[in-house]
Design a protein around this ligand. Structure first.
Ligand code: ZN
Length: 331
């Protein structure tokens, strides 16, 4: 359950990893070369030294820096009209673009993790299913409701995942436009996470509503306890029927929902329970702040030593699948 590594991620190990094993291609594929030399980078160099406002002429120069410094955390920011530097920090530059990114962290689900895991360093298959559900839900919603086509998912190395949108037009969206996307997606106010109150699904968001009554509801019926369902007035027989139905029916639709939920159940209470228990929590600030630094793909998370790998199978990826620096460099 604890992901913290016993072995320490040392500067020496990091130098070896970034000099001999780090792959820059996933980053170049993600951001392209256009604007590379005027993009901001930031690094945790250890000993409480964090630097940002750095830029590199080429990816090769960046890799050289990573290997020479043995950076503890490596981040990438937005593209500006000139390359950020100590003399020209981003506050003095004009912002040109940054990809739209979504951040989902497991500790944002603490109030609904039933397994007992808490905080940033504990997870298990039961609570990680919340992240898997969130990825599948968000991926489909961004493609179908917003028309984004090129989405890439990455493990953040510890407790969460990032979704990057590669579609060209999205890079130029301003903070208000990004806020509008988040407002559509977030049904649970982020600052009320500890006692979440479901807002309500907007009337215009039919596809979002359908997705909740299919994918999220199925997941809720699989993961909910008998006691929880009994509180909502499901009988023991109802519960047995529903649990076996949803396990069989992978392609659970709104019609199935209407079929398995008895009329006696208060629909408002049930929908509230489904959304509060299983609906994705998305970090609003990460998406909206267009100058924010984000973890570089294939970089190392300093706490866990894990590589921030791309996630291909959203409903199947588990953090243990990601290699760690210790797999590449024996300590
Ligand atoms: Zn857990």
């Amino acid at each position: 359950m604890i992901v913290q590594e016993d072995r320490n991620v040392t500067k020496e190990l990091l130098k070896r990893y970034y000099s001999n094993h780090f792959e820059i291609e996933p980053l170049v594929n993600l951001i392209g070369l256009s604007g590379f030399s005027t993009r901001e980078f930031g690094f945790d160099l250890g000993n409480n030294i964090f630097i940002r406002n750095l830029s590199f002429k080429t990816p090769t120069e960046l890799v050289k820096f990573l290997g020479e410094k043995g950076v503890f955390q490596a981040y990438i920011g937005a593209v500006y009209d000139r390359g950020p530097s100590k003399e020209n920090p981003i506050q003095k530059l004009n912002w040109i673009f940054r990809e739209v990114v979504f951040d989902i962290d497991l500790d944002d689900f603490d109030s609904v993790r039933k397994c007992g895991c808490r905080g940033a360093d504990q997870f298990c298959k039961e609570c990680w299913s919340l992240i898997q559900d969130a990825m599948v839900f968000l991926d489909e919603t961004l493609r179908l409701d917003f028309g984004f086509k090129e989405l890439k998912w990455f493990f953040s190395g510890r407790r969460g995942v990032h979704c990057w949108i590669k579609d060209e037009f999205s890079k130029f969206l301003d903070q208000d436009q990004r806020a509008a996307i988040i407002d559509y997606l977030n049904l649970l106010p982020h600052d009320e996470r500890l006692s979440p109150q479901f807002v309500e699904i907007p009337r215009f968001a039919k596809s979002l509503r359908d997705r909740i009554f299919s994918w999220i509801s199925r997941s809720y019926f699989i993961h909910s306890t008998v006691d929880e369902l009994k509180k909502l007035k499901f009988s023991q027989k109802d519960i047995e029927n529903i649990k076996s139905y949803v396990l069989e029916k992978k392609d659970f639709k709104i019609e199935d929902y209407l079929q398995v939920v008895p009329d006696k159940i208060n629909p408002t209470h049930l929908v509230n329970a489904i959304v509060v228990s299983r609906y994705p929590r998305i970090d609003r600030k990460v998406t909206i702040d267009t100058r924010r630094l984000l973890r570089i793909p294939r970089s190392i998370h300093r706490i866990t030593g894990k590589v921030c790998v791309e996630i291909k199978e959203l409903d199947n990826f588990y953090p243990d699948d990601a290699p760690s620096i210790f797999d590449f460099c024996a300590s």
